[in-house]
Ligand binder design. Structure first.
Ligand SMILES: [Zn+2]
Length: 274
C-alpha cells in the first residue's frame, strides 16, 4: 500500500506540474496574443490614417500647384496686356481685356480730357472728340457717362452694384455673379485701358437695353467704326464676351479693325482668334 501511495502522490504531483505549466503557457499566450493582435490592428489603423493623410496632402499639393500656375499665368497675361498697351506699333489698340485677360492693376495710361471729368487714353482723344462733334452736328444729344476708370474706381462701381443686388435679396455669392454680368470684375475692365467709353443719349440715360432704341445709340452703332470704335458687347454675344448686351459701351480698336469687326458683326475676342 505504501508503494501505491507514493506512486499516487508522484502522479498527483506530476499532474499538478502539468496543470501549472499549462496554466503558465495559457497565461503567457493569453496575455501576449491579445496585445500582439491589438498592436497589429492598431498599426494597420495607423497605416490607413497615414495613407489617407498622404493622399489628402498630395491632393492639397496638386491644388496649390495648379493655383500657383493659374496665378502665374494671370500675372503673365496682365503684364502682356500692359506691354501691348505701351507698345509703339499699332497693336496697342488691340489689347484684349476681359475676365480671362486681366490688366495689371497698376497700369495708368497717359490720359487726355474729352469732356469735363472724363478722360481717355491720349492717343484716342482726337478721334473720340471728332465722333462726338460729328454726332452733335447731326443734331444728336449724347454724353459720355464714363471713360477711363482706374482700378479703385472700378472696385467702387463693382461694390456698389453688388450691394444693390444684395439689397434686392440676393445672397452675396449670387449678387457677385449677377454683378459680374454687367460690371467687369476690378482688374478685368476695359475702362482701365482708357480705350473704352460709355456713351448715352441725353434724352434717355439709363444703362439698359432700351438705350439701343435711342437715335444716339443707333447713330453710334452705325458710325462708330469710322472713328475707330466698335460696339464692344453686342446683343447675343455675351457667351463670347462674358458681358451682357451694352448698347452704350464703345471701345477703340483703330479704324481698319473697327470696320472689319462691325461689318462682320463679331466681337474683339472673335477677331483676335481669327
Ligand atoms: Zn463700359
Amino acid at each position: 500500500m505504501g508503494i501505491d501511495n507514493a506512486r499516487l502522490r508522484r502522479r498527483y504531483e506530476l499532474r499538478l506540474k502539468k496543470i501549472l505549466v499549462v496554466g503558465i503557457v495559457i497565461g503567457v499566450v493569453g496575455g501576449i496574443l491579445p496585445s500582439i493582435i491589438v498592436g497589429k490592428v492598431r498599426s494597420s489603423i495607423q497605416k490607413k490614417k497615414y495613407e489617407t493623410e498622404i493622399t489628402s496632402l498630395t491632393k492639397e499639393k496638386e491644388k496649390l500647384t495648379k493655383e500657383a500656375k493659374a496665378k502665374k499665368e494671370t500675372v503673365e497675361a496682365a503684364n502682356l496686356s500692359v506691354e501691348k498697351l505701351s507698345s509703339e506699333d499699332s497693336d496697342w489698340s488691340l489689347v484684349l481685356v476681359n475676365e480671362s485677360h486681366p490688366l495689371d492693376t497698376g497700369y495708368t495710361p497717359e490720359v487726355a480730357a474729352i469732356t469735363e471729368g472724363q478722360f481717355v487714353d491720349a492717343r484716342i482723344q482726337e478721334e473720340t472728340a471728332k465722333m462726338l462733334e460729328d454726332a452733335a452736328a447731326e443734331g444728336l444729344n449724347m454724353y459720355v457717362v464714363s471713360a477711363y476708370r482706374d482700378y479703385e474706381t472700378q472696385r467702387g462701381v463693382f461694390n456698389t452694384t453688388m450691394v444693390d443686388w444684395i439689397n434686392q435679396g440676393y445672397s452675396p455669392l449670387d449678387a457677385y455673379d449677377e454683378t459680374k454680368k454687367s460690371v467687369a470684375v476690378p482688374g478685368t475692365s476695359e475702362h482701365a485701358t482708357g480705350l473704352a467709353l460709355d456713351i448715352v443719349s441725353s434724352t434717355y440715360d439709363a444703362l439698359d437695353e432700351q438705350q439701343a432704341e435711342t437715335a444716339e445709340a443707333k447713330w453710334l452703332a452705325e458710325n462708330c467704326w469710322k472713328y475707330g470704335f466698335i460696339l464692344r458687347y453686342p446683343v447675343s454675344k455675351s457667351d463670347v464676351t462674358g458681358i451682357v448686351f451694352e448698347p452704350w459701351h464703345y471701345r477703340y480698336v483703330g479704324k481698319d479693325v473697327a470696320k472689319e469687326i462691325m461689318e462682320q458683326n463679331i466681337t474683339l475676342e472673335e477677331y483676335l482668334e481669327q
